[in-house]
Design a protein around this ligand. Structure first.
Ligand code: PDD
Length: 310
């Protein structure tokens, strides 16, 4: 029996989960024991922010889902409009105003075999909408977070958003043990790749926004992409280049981006305080401007029944 789905702040619950065409009560939401997501991490996923009942940047998330699937020789499990409907239904049935949607697609279930199943095996699709406290996230951003750096132990295709998250889970546990909320992975040359579940940024001495360029070492964060639009709209300068841990420690500001935390300032790296140990003006400004730039594809619920993601 799965415990009740209370959110981290204890406020609200996921009542209904979408599993392969059905909306099931949380306690009954199961996939098969031989699902390839379970046995081989043969699955990809997306986490989409829900804000005021609207899906944030859903188009970009579904674009990335399609790309991740394509990179591991899978197609979309259903048409985008149908997927959009599922996302919206999950938000509506769980009455999520602020929170996230988790969408996972695996290659399906069949007797364990390393080789891919044939076309007769149906992909597994799971969608979980979960409320989260916006006030708690805002308070975290107000205070800023600490990060702990560590060698990046992951594979060579971090651009694919697979559920192979054990390295991230171990890293976050190690970070937590030292009072940090996020882990920053570092490549063999001493450059930060990204956070365990976020992209990493700094603000240099000239006020330029610095983040690692897109390659197979990092995930193409949707928040990162939209933030680049924000940066250009605000007339700020962006430099896509790797930065080292040492440079980050001496930076004016540092922050992380992810659908789960928008722009969240980093004020401590491995115990060293950044920019005086409080969130800086650039990170604050970017966080405040973010949702003005992002796509809000679902009007507030209840109400509209159209969601166009095509
Ligand atoms: N993670 N890098 C990694 C390794 C991530 O797992 C994530 C997101 C990001 C940021 O991507 P986006 O801006 O599209 O959320 C970067 C999600 C939130 C998670 O696993 O919970």
């Amino acid at each position: 029996m799965v415990p009740e789905a209370v959110s981290r702040d204890g406020a609200a619950m996921t009542r209904v989960v979408y599993v392969n065409g059905r909306y099931l009560a949380y306690a009954d939401a199961r996939v098969h024991a031989e699902d390839r997501g379970f046995q081989f991490a043969d699955a990809v996923y997306e986490v989409i922010e829900v804000r005021d009942g609207a899906l944030i940047d859903a188009t970009r998330h579904l674009d990335r889902l399609a790309r991740s699937l394509g990179e591991i020789a899978m197609g979309m499990p259903m048409q985008r409009t149908a997927l959009g409907h599922v996302l919206r239904e999950c938000v509506r049935r769980n009455r999520v105003s602020d929170g996230t949607i988790y969408l996972q697609v695996s290659r399906g279930a069949r007797p364990r075999d390393f080789l891919f199943p044939g076309p007769d095996v149906r992909q597994t699709v799971v969608c979980i909408a979960r409320p989260a406290s916006r006030a708690a996230a805002d308070a975290r951003a107000e205070a800023g977070i600490a990060v702990k750096t560590m060698p990046d132990p992951r594979w060579e295709r971090c651009d694919i958003k697979t559920v192979m998250l054990l390295p991230a889970s171990l890293a976050k546990e190690a970070a937590k043990a030292e009072g940090a909320r996020e882990a920053w992975f570092v490549d063999t040359k001493g450059f930060v790749t990204e956070g365990a579940s976020s992209n990493a940024w700094i603000v240099d001495e000239k006020g330029r926004l610095v983040t690692r360029p897109l390659d197979v070492d990092i995930l193409r964060g949707v928040t990162r992409t939209t933030l680049i639009d924000v940066i250009s709209r605000l007339g700020l300068e962006l430099v896509e280049r790797p930065f080292s841990v040492l440079e980050a420690m001496g930076a004016k500001e540092a922050f992380v981006t992810a659908a789960t935390n928008v722009v969240t300032p980093v004020v401590v790296i491995d115990g060293v305080r950044i920019g005086g140990g409080t969130p800086g003006p650039v990170s604050r400004r970017l966080r405040a401007a973010f949702h003005g730039e992002a796509e809000h594809s679902l009007p507030r619920w209840p109400g509209s029944d159209h969601l166009s993601l095509e």
